[in-house]
Structures are given as structure tokens and as C-alpha cells.
Design a protein around this ligand. Structure first.
Ligand code: FAS
Ligand code: PHB
Length: 412
């Protein structure tokens, strides 16, 4: 994609002379957080340039999240980005939990909260966001290498990068670090600035995408063989996961073995309803909980996975990227349009309240639904009682539903 206004594409630089660019907000990362932030800022009259280290094709090749909170759908709708989502997304009233080969129970989020969540792939959201950027000639510079964040402790921040063999400097008023867990933004903060909180889980998720009809609902399974999850992308695209040891190798999991193991973790009638087929994507994701505080330092803001990562059990990662983009766009627009710094001064604390709520519920569901290597008999009994309590208590189910369906934004 050419950057609107400045034709910068890999290998098409017309000269080797260093280039100087200027915008209001430099956004590092063209994942869902960065691209959505650019769209939300644009709708509030704030200019940005997005710098992405990979090609668009690489970004779109990643298969990740699939469950959107009502608040996420509302943000996308409000920004005019939900046309295809409204056509193709699958709304759900709630999700099922099965355990110990017992009957499943249903957490009815719609009944408890009045909110529904929607299954719609992160890949599709990325496609929709790139299309919106194309429509308005947005400046999204891909294959931006050696990105360096500078001057953000003063009032003249800038981002240096190499693109097409040419050195560029992007002058800006603010930098939004939306470059994910392994990005450069969080790493650019001076030592001693961040307080970091982390928990690594002793297992991963082996995920499969198959062009088969999914189960009608999302079903989480706690089984003595391990956790399993059945989800969807559309009426002919199913997404499944099974808990695997950390040292699992993808080459040891041909499709037949995956389907056999997945079915073994569900009650018979549910297993028989799972339609198998060739995997069109298969990957292993590690599970961790991580939060970096604060999410702002000078004129650098962190948003999305650059600031926090959650185990996917709570389906919160993508939704947190959206809520950070929503809060940050609102805060930066107030600074540029009204000269008010109250919201940017409060961004980190506001965003972190929603982050920690999602981090906690993701940790809770991960602890509740997975089999932990080395768990004591006591740990196992406590887990089973927690499941029994959740199954039998409408209050416990309402509390989980409130978190799973997504908390309201503050100040809305
Ligand atoms: P992203 O990581 O999506 O995007 C960051 C972007 O910044 C990337 O495009 C990257 O190329 C770019 N970048 C990195 N370094 C850069 C640099 N130095 N310069 C310029 N650009 C740079 N969440 C769920 O809810 N459910 C799931 O099932 C689920 N599965 C996941 C599986 C995997 C393997 C991973 C890694 C995550 C998964 N997640 C899931 C979480 C995921 O959806 C994230 O929460 C979401 O992608 C966060 O979006 P961003 O913050 O935009 O970060
Ligand atoms: C998904 O559809 O990819 C999905 C659903 C629920 C989760 C995690 C991932 O908790």
C-alpha cells in the first residue's frame, strides 16, 4: 500500500536521500490496535502515519483472535468499520462449559448482561481496517525497518526508520506504541520506568482452522486429558484448540491425531457433532499473563499487546487492543481539538482498570479450565468445586458473564 501523500513503498524510493515526514501521531504497528487507532483519530480530525515492520500480506497471514465483545462491535460500528462484520459475524448469547464428562452448562451472557458477543476473525478485522485505510488514502508505511523512538521525554518526539533502503525521520506530537508484545516501543522506555507483572503458564494451545461447519456455540472443555475449545469464524469455518505441553512440536500433530484428541476431550454426543476436515491453519501459541505499567511515558503511549498480554482463554487480547485504541483516540483528540490534557494524563490509569479486569478473568478461566502439570490432589479438588459452584450458582455465572461479554467503557 502506498502511504497517502508520500509514495513510500519497499523498493520504490525514488532517491537515497534521507526523508523527513511530519504528522500529529506516529503509530508504530499495523495490527488491529494501530490500524484502529489511526481510523478513530482520523474520524476525530487527527492525522497519523502508521509504521509496520512487515508486509501487509504477512500481517494478514496471522490467524489469531475470534471473539468480539459487544463494546468492540460497538466501536467498530461507530467508526463505520462493521459493514462486513454485521453481515458475516456470528452473534452468541453465551458459551458452554463441559467438564468431567458431565452435561454442559451454559453461561447466558445475554440474559445476565443484555450483551451478546460475536465470533468474527481478527484476520477479517485486519482486512476491514486495511480496506478503510485504503479508502481514505491513509499513510500506512509497511516494511519499515530499524524503527527507533526518540525524543518522547520532551515535546518534540520523532521516529526514525529505514524503508526501501532510505533513512526516514517522522516528526510528530505523540507516539503510539501499538507494536505488540515483541515490539520496539515498550523496549524503548528508559530502565526503571516500568513496573512489570507476569505469569507464564506451563502449557500452550494447539489451534486448528478448518473449512467445516462449527458447533452452534463456543464450548470450553475441562477434561482429565486437558483443556479443549470449540469456536467459529463463519458458518463454514471452525476454530478448535487443545491444551498441549510446552515442548509440543507441530510436526507431531497430523490432522488425524488432532481430531482424535479433540473429540476425546468432549462428551460423546458433542464429539460426534464435531465435523472434521483438513486443517487450513495449524499453530501453537504459548500462554502468558503480562502487564506493563504505566501505559504512558512523556509523549509515548503504549496500547494493545505492547502493554499487556492475556492467555486467550478469556478471549480478551483483541478486545483490549480495541479498548486501548478507543481510550487513546478519545484522549489525543481532546488534546488536539480542545487543548485539554486531562484525558491523556488519565489514559494509563483508565486503560489499566479495564486491562486488569480482563487479565484477572483470563487468569481465572485459564486456572479453572486447564489441567496443570503437577497439580496436587487438593488443587484438583478445588478446581472441581469451583466448576461445580459455577455450574450451580446463577450469581457466579452472572459475574463471569459480565466480564466475558465485556465491561462498559468509562466516561461513555
Ligand atoms: P499485534 O501483535 O496484533 O500487532 C502488532 C503489529 O506491530 C504487528 O503487525 C507487528 O508486525 C508490528 N510490529 C512489531 N514490531 C514492530 C516494529 N519494531 N516496528 C513496526 N512494527 C512492528 N487473542 C484472543 O482474544 N483470542 C485468541 O485466540 C488469540 N490467539 C492468539 C494467537 C497468537 C499466536 C498471538 C500472538 C496472539 C493471540 N491473541 C488472541 C491475542 C491477539 O489477538 C492480540 O491480542 C492482538 O493481536 C493484539 O493486537 P495489537 O496490540 O495490534 O498487536
Ligand atoms: C477463537 O474463536 O479463536 C477463540 C474463542 C474463545 C477464546 C479464545 C479464542 O477464549
Amino acid at each position: 500500500m502506498s502511504a497517502g501523500g508520500v509514495a513510500i513503498n519497499a523498493g520504490t524510493a525514488s532517491s537515497t536521500a534521507a526523508r523527513r515526514l511530519r504528522t500529529q501521531v506516529a503509530i508504530v504497528g499495523a495490527g488491529p490496535c494501530g490500524l484502529l487507532l489511526a481510523e478513530l483519530l482520523h474520524r476525530r480530525g487527527v492525522a497519523s502515519i502508521v509504521l509496520e515492520k512487515h508486509t501487509r500480506e504477512h500481517v494478514l497471514s496471522r490467524i489469531r483472535a475470534g471473539v468480539l465483545e459487544q463494546t468492540t462491535v460497538d466501536v467498530l460500528r461507530g467508526a463505520g468499520l462493521a459493514g462486513r462484520l454485521d453481515r458475516e459475524g456470528l452473534p452468541h448469547d453465551g458459551m458452554h462449559i463441559v467438564w468431567a464428562r458431565r452435561e454442559s452448562f451454559f453461561i447466558d451472557a445475554a440474559r445476565h448482561t443484555g450483551k451478546r458477543f460475536t465470533t468474527y476473525g481478527q484476520t477479517q478485522i485486519q482486512q476491514d481496517l486495511f480496506a478503510a485505510a485504503d479508502r481514505r488514502g491513509a499513510q500506512v508505511i509497511t516494511e519499515a525497518g530499524e524503527v527507533k523512538l526518540l525524543g518522547f521525554e520532551g515535546d518534540r518526539p520523532r521516529v526514525e526508520f529505514i524503508q526501501g533502503g532510505v533513512a526516514h525521520t517522522l516528526d510528530c506530537d505523540f507516539i503510539a506504541g501499538c507494536d505488540g508484545f515483541h515490539g520496539v516501543s515498550r523496549a524503548s522506555l528508559p530502565a526503571g520506568v516500568l513496573r512489570e507483572f507476569e505469569k507464564i503458564y506451563p502449557f500452550g494451545w494447539l489451534g486448528v482452522l478448518s473449512e467445516t461447519p462449527p458447533l452452534a456455540d463456543i464450548v470450553y472443555a475441562n477434561h482429565p486429558r486437558g483443556f479443549a475449545l470449540a469456536s467459529a469464524r463463519n458458518p463454514m469455518l471452525a476454530r478448535y484448540y487443545i491444551q498441549v505441553p510446552l515442548d509440543t512440536r507441530l510436526e507431531d500433530w497430523p490432522d488425524d491425531r488432532f481430531w482424535q484428541e479433540l473429540k476425546a476431550r468432549y462428551p460423546r454426543e458433542m464429539a460426534d457433532a464435531i465435523v472434521t476436515g483438513p486443517s487450513i491453519e495449524k499453530s501453537i501459541a504459548p500462554l502468558r499473563s503480562y502487564v506493563a505499567e504505566p501505559m504512558r511515558h512523556g509523549r509515548l503511549f503504549l496500547a494493545g499487546d505492547a502493554a499487556h498480554v492475556v492467555p486467550p482463554t478469556g478471549a480478551k487480547g483483541l478486545n483490549l487492543a480495541v479498548s486501548d485504541a478507543f481510550y487513546l483516540a478519545r484522549a489525543l483528540a481532546a488534546w488536539f481539538n480542545d487543548g485539554s490534557s486531562a484525558l491523556i494524563d488519565g489514559y494509563s490509569e483508565t486503560a489499566l482498570r479495564r486491562v486488569w479486569a480482563s487479565v484477572r478473568v483470563s487468569w481465572y478461566l485459564t486456572t479453572l479450565l486447564h489441567r496443570f502439570p503437577g497439580a496436587s490432589a487438593f488443587d484438583q479438588k478445588a478446581q472441581e468445586y469451583e466448576l461445580e459452584y459455577l455450574r450451580s450458582s446463577p450469581h457466579a455465572q452472572a459475574a463471569l458473564a459480565e466480564q466475558y461479554a465485556g465491561l462498559d467503557f468509562e466516561g461513555e
